[in-house]
Design a protein around this ligand. Sequence first.
Ligand code: C2E
Ligand code: MG
Ligand code: MG
Length: 345
Amino acid sequence: RMDTHAPAWFDLADRINATLREPIFIGATEQTITTSIGIAVLGNTTDNAADLLKYADLAMYQAKLDGRNKSRFYSVSLQEAVQFRSLIKNDLQRALEKNELKIYYQPQIRSVDGGLRGMEALLRWHHPRLGVLSPAAFLPIAEETGLIVDIGAWVLQEGCRQLKVWRERYAPYLAELILAINLSAVQMKQEKLPRTVKAALAEHGLSAGCLELEITESMLIGVTNTTVSLLSEISAQGVAMSLDDFGTGYSSLDYLKLFPISILKIDKGFVSAVGEGGKSEKLFVAIIAFAKALNMQIVVEGVETQAQAEFCTQQGCDLLQGYFYSKPIPAQEFEAAFLARRPHG
Ligand code: C2E
Ligand code: MG
Ligand code: MG
């Protein structure tokens, strides 16, 4: 049976790995080989040799995905995961041209007066058979395949188009509406990014001040000078850069010095600890204090309760975002709920 024998198979795989890892000399140069091993056992899920090889191959594919130099055991759930990935990969190629990608909008509320300051654009995929998919289901694949470049450009285009429409339709009350858009690590390595951003703004007659671009700390690890100058170029155009999910990565204060970041988005893990009086809550207060000392604008994401909203307001956070105000919703719904009725003044 697989469960009782699995440790033995992993031991064997480890021994194969260790043996193959021994350095080899080719002339004067030392070479090392790492191996990714897939394990499938006859009698567990199949009695058929051809299937067995296929399963071992699937498991090896997973071992590679998990970072190589590993061994993975075939299981039905692994096969399902692999099949899901390949289905997503296939369908994603055409999702853009078939108009299946949508932008949902989530409001950002000013703490000082409860008014609407703007919204974050959050991508959704209306898959014809699987329903509405969240970014987690397809963004990693979009990044792996490079499709994220086109998708990211589309988000910029469509977001700017929508922003322009709303700004005009609801002027003068909401003429200052701001849109926040998430960037992917892949886009940040693209030399043409500053031009893409500039072109999207120009095409819709928007000034740079109405757009914010969100990046995460993990995207800043090990970046090259090229990326630093790309980001500086964008911020010199007047587009604000925001650091998303702050507090979940390395939280390196160096980044705040090195990169032109003017907005700190504190990760939802912190606000959820409000009221517990524990370390997370104390850290939350400390992060707010240092962001203020650096004159950064503070956005809190993941605000789910009135008590949390009040706490953030007392602490002087500038903007609040979360289910307490609204989930991310389609453009039309957003317009009806937050623009047409102007419930927040
Ligand atoms: P993010 O930028 O940190 O977005 C916030 C996530 O938290 C969103 O998940 C949002 O739906 C969720 N959220 C908002 N309020 C609450 C709350 O009160 N409670 C809880 N538990 N969650 C809340 P979503 O929409 O699934 O997006 C996940 C991530 O995907 C985003 O994280 C962002 O990193 C990425 N993403 C979304 N759209 C795009 C895009 O157009 N381009 C790129 N590159 N990445 C995107
Ligand atoms: Mg974000
Ligand atoms: Mg976030």
